[in-house]
Design a protein around this ligand. Sequence first.
Ligand SMILES: O=C(O)CCC(=O)C(=O)O
Length: 307
Amino acid sequence: MFTQLQSSSPINVPKPLTAAQIKSFVDDGFLVIPDLAGPSRVEQLKTEAAEIACGKYPCEGLQSLPRNTNPTEVLHRILCIHQPHYISPVIEAHVRDARICGVLSQITAAHLAHWDGSVKCMQSMLFVKPPGFQGQAWHQDEIYIPTRDRSLIGAWTAIDDATVANGCLWVLPGSHRSGILYPQRPHGQPEEFDNSPESYGFDDAAEVPVEVKAGSVVFFNGYLLHRSKKNRSNIYRRALVNHYMNAWSLLPWDVRAGESPANADRRAVQIVAGIDPYAWKGYEKPPNAVYLRLCKANTEPTAPAKV
Ligand SMILES: O=C(O)CCC(=O)C(=O)O
């Protein structure tokens, strides 16, 4: 290491994957590891999702629901809670979970020669996705969170069994390889997808559903085309997706006054494996980072939801 700047002390994590699993992630752009989170973590996440939604950690961004809404009703109105790891120690523990971070330290930037396994986290999203709620149209996560080295990765932990019926992820294997970022447009399907635009300009005939049991983690590269469809069941489809990247890459997530795209580097990050070569820059604690994504529930009648 040539740098003379102050980096952080190393975080050591296990290295559970085989060379074949690493290659399959690099080639396909996604990798499923069953049972990685374990049943007790799944139960903790279920309870925490409900408690966060009901205001366990008061914060500005969660006040968009009327205070007297009852707990079941609250959960039934939320598509997603953004950045819950800023307020919830349970979610933060999952962000840093050594079982998950061990996998991340082997695959996040495995496409880069000489990468040392250092990884940082910049985002968490807790999907509640009740019955009747929409999915998200085709997209690539690097459209929203740019890295400089194509190392963005989602670690999507199933809190409920995720099936085609309740709106599991769908992916287009290998679609990350070229490194193209597709254009986006309004999708015109408000019953099926939330308000985010859809990526277009590719053949999606080879898409595959990623049906997984609760406790499984789906890892996917930030250039991989993926989507999820409407929850057509009477079962919630809860999932916690945390986003990470190579700790050696800057994170030009937005460009502020006085910065250029060449030096922008958002520092609301947590190192979860290896070192932070930019520890000398310090860290940001973004105010009001936690917020809700609420989406219109379908007008079709649905059976009572099973939580
Ligand atoms: O879980 C979902 O329904 C969508 C998740 C997703 O597309 C993402 O995390 O980028």
